[in-house]
Design a protein around this ligand. Sequence first.
Ligand SMILES: *Cc1c(COP(=O)(O)O)cnc(C)c1O
Length: 356
Amino acid sequence: MSRPIQASLDLQALRHNLEVVRRAAPRSRVWSVVKANAYGHGLDRVWSALGATDGFAMLNLEEAILLRERGWKGPILMLEGFFHADELPLFDKYRLTTSVHSNWQLKALAGAKLNAPLDVYLKINSGMNRLGFTPERVHSIWQQLKAIANVGQITLMAHFADADRPDGIDAAMVRIEQAAEGIDAPRSLSNSAAALWHPQAHFDWVRPGIVLYGASPSGQWRDIATSGLQPVMTLKSEIIGVQTLKPGDTVGYGSRYRAMGEQRIGIVACGYADGYPRHAPDGAPVLVDGVRTGIIGTVSMDMLTVDLTPCPQAGIGSPVELWGNEIKIDDVAAACGTVGYELMCALAPRVPVSTR
Ligand SMILES: *Cc1c(COP(=O)(O)O)cnc(C)c1O
């Protein structure tokens, strides 16, 4: 047997989560967002479980080409468009829909030699000030795009900075309405948070990412606890060593944890080189032999340590869930001051992955 760490992916949960999105946004088509190697799950492993989607959205040309080579014939949206004009022949060859967020991209489109026009997502800066045209420029950009023979259907696209808050899209919606005035085009505005919580922003296409993988757009599991979403990724390992500490004994690098009294601890085959966050604090939740306990001491490259006080029956070989159905990835992330997105995207290539 090899090192006991393993990630397993519940493909049925992925299918189910896409259904949850469809029920939440019944009148919209769905771009399933599979950027960052499907949020760390592995695009090649998961895309066919999302085969009921209307399209896939991502950033990397390599990932888009992989989907075409695997036989996906439906729409593919490149969320940040082409990064250089010399990518356009590949957008043409593989029939990719491109976002357009900067002036130079119009010139590149106008000057390219394409076999057929490309559909374009005209990106509006909703106030997030990442990519996109300010509202007052959108009408003119739309007219310029319409005049380019290489441009097919134009969709208005925007992204929300605060859709996880109840009033979080109000200001952005004002800007988007201002930008869209007098433009007869489909719209795609909603990420996961808006798809779940802001029906007024659904329009023609929603673009869920994180909810497909069963984690919360707000970073708080309680916000999706009743949504029916199911975690897709489980990260498991085992106890490979046990120590009994005496009062005053310390654990791990920097001796961050010090035992108050006698205490049994377990050493788990999982470290930051597997993608577990190094800055996880004492008490970050973990499941050992079916019992909820906490990690203690600084996470090492290949190991971390857990308190066995609540589970005296546990010992070498006991199963450990780092995150999954019982220990929500959102709860681990929240303990570590981050969001589930970062943890799943950081799953290290050395962790073997199985699907079920
Ligand atoms: C990542 C991304 C999404 C999906 O965001 P989630 O919060 O994961 O749903 C949607 N649209 C764009 C432009 C993105 O970059």
